[in-house]
Every structure is written in C-alpha cells, then in structure tokens.
Write a new protein. Structure first.
Length: 313
C-alpha cells in the first residue's frame, strides 16, 4: 500500500507519519527538495522517480507527504496505481494556526489574524485540487498526539478494502450509481442483479420507456406528494427494472440482487418468483418486516449490507 498524505497542518501530518511508521512499519518516500534529510526514508528528485519506486515495491508499506506540490496530472498518475490511497488530513483552524506558528523562527513577530488568513487562503488554494481527490478524509480536532492517534486507529487507514473494495461494496456502489439515473420524484433507488459475481443487469426507479419522466410530471401520484395511491403509481421500481432487463432465463440458482433500499413487498414477490437466492440491501424501508417474512418463507436470504470502511472520519 502507498499512502499519500495531504494537509495544511504539519503537526497532524507528522503524527500520522509516526503512527504509520511505529504501528504499521511504513517507509517514508519524499522529494529531496521538500523534506529535511533528518526525517529519514527514501529520497527522490522527481515524482516520476517516486512512483516508479513505489510500483516496484508495491507490496511494501509506503507513505509520502510530497503530493501537495503535484500538478493535477501528476496526482492522477499516482491514483491510477491500484495500490495508492490519497488521504486528506483536515484539522481545526486552531490546530493549523498553532502548527504554522511553531514553524516560524523565534524572532518572527506574532502572527495576527489577517496574516494567518492570507496564508491560509493561499495554502488552501494551492492544495485544493489535490484535497478534492482524496479517497479518505480524516479530521483532527484534538490538541494532543495521543488523542489523534486514537482517531487514526479507529479509521483503520491500512485496511486493504480502501484500495480494493469487497464484492459487497463493489456491487452496492454500482447500485448507488444506478440510482443516479432515477427519475422518480419520491426517492433514488438502484439495483444490480449478479450471477457468480458478475453483473447480469441493473435497474433504477422511474416511469416506463416512452413515458414522460416522473420528475417532469409523468407520474401524477408521485408528483402529488401523497403517501397513498400506490395502485395509481406509474413508476417501475429499481428491482423490477433489473429483473425485466435480465429475463428469467439469465437468472440462475446463485443469483444475488443488490439494492440500495430494501425491496418493498411487491418487488419481493417478483424476486421470489424469478428464483433469486439472496438479496442484499443498504437502507431499510417501512415494510422491511413483511418482506423479511416473505423471503424467509420462500428460502431467500435477506441481509443488510455492512461495511467498516468509511470515507470520512
């Protein structure tokens, strides 16, 4: 794993480096021109040399703080490597100001608010593009290293799923992506039907082909804002859409349906009829208990997606 740290708070960066080195045996890689030699680790003249070294040693634990000076294309080059994790270390304004003050020579006059804000604005703008690409954001609101290290342990930065997601996470994120195509006024719902860990079909909720999109007034029931009147709703559910796209002939005994929302009772009936063996959902729904009972009676496994991997800590 190759972790790249970006931050405006030097103290938070240093605490993170020490944590990774002490508890996970990470080796630091830096540009020769940016980091004092006394910090140890490997030194390189260019980012290209650094990424080449990291590629050759991709099974080692490596960390750098030198990406803050990268161009957007350089950052993209690092992120294209499947072993790279870009981590943004955010911090309180008080911590950032304290860290900056500690870096100034003793003879430097006290930093007033206006001067600090000018520095902060320039430093943030310089790193904004890199910070926005971060795959993990960790916030430090603590004043001591020990307290922040507890946050780092809880975040579990070194979990391999951060650079290569589990099958459940992979398919659930595809379901979330499918939901972005929803045109239903009520909620965004997406579904992915899989067979032997391969995508068979996807679906999202909205009005049928050829009709005006629900969000454009195509379904009066959804646009009325009432909770009743399901029989008059014209929108296909995401699960129905995925099942229709697949067809009965492409659904085998080991088919798994991933939904970002638990199926309603009507969709559950169709899921049972098509022979799907397992349903994985993310968010609950008001008819969960009825759906659970139906699936239990039909021998369909229903489980809620669970992931210990968070992107903001």
């Amino acid at each position: 794993m190759f972790i790249a740290l970006v931050s405006l708070d030097k103290n938070t960066v240093q605490w993170t480096l020490q944590y990774l080195s002490r508890e996970h045996n990470f080796t630091q890689l830096e540009l020769e021109s940016q980091v004092p030699k006394e910090r140890g680790g490997q030194r390189f003249d260019t980012h290209t040399q650094m990424i080449e070294y990291a590629t050759q040693h991709w099974q080692s634990n490596l960390v750098t703080t030198s990406l803050h000076s990268c161009t957007c294309s350089d950052v993209d080059t690092f992120l294209r490597r499947p072993f790279t994790l870009l981590v943004a270390l955010e911090s309180s304004i008080e911590n950032i100001k304290k860290s900056l003050t500690q870096q100034l020579p003793p003879s430097t006059p006290a930093l007033d608010l206006a001067a600090f804000l000018r520095w902060f604005d320039g430093a943030y703008r310089a790193q904004r593009d890199t910070l926005s690409r971060a795959q993990l954001n960790i916030y430090n609101g603590h004043e001591t290293e020990d307290a922040f290290v507890d946050v780092l342990r809880e975040a579990n930065i070194v979990d391999e799923q951060r650079i290569r997601p589990s099958w459940d996470t992979y398919f659930m994120e595809l379901a979330d992506l499918a939901s972005q195509r929803s045109n239903c006024m009520k909620r965004r719902v997406g579904a992915v039907l899989t067979q032997d860990k391969r995508v068979v079909s996807t679906g999202y909720n909205g009005t049928p082909k050829g009709l005006l999109n629900c969000a454009d007034g195509g379904c009066k029931r959804c646009n009325s804002g009432v909770e009743m009147g399901f029989a008059e709703c014209l929108c296909l559910h995401a699960e129905e859409n995925a099942l229709l796209e697949a067809g009965r002939g492409r659904i085998g005994e080991c088919a798994v349906l991933y939904c970002n929302t638990c199926p309603c009772l009507g969709c559950a009936v169709k899921i049972v009829q098509t022979g799907i063996s397992q349903v994985v959902y993310n968010h609950g729904y008001r008819v969960d208990q009825k759906t659970l009972e139906l699936f239990r009676n039909a021998g369909v496994v229903l489980r809620q997606y669970s992931s210990n991997i968070t992107r903001v800590c």
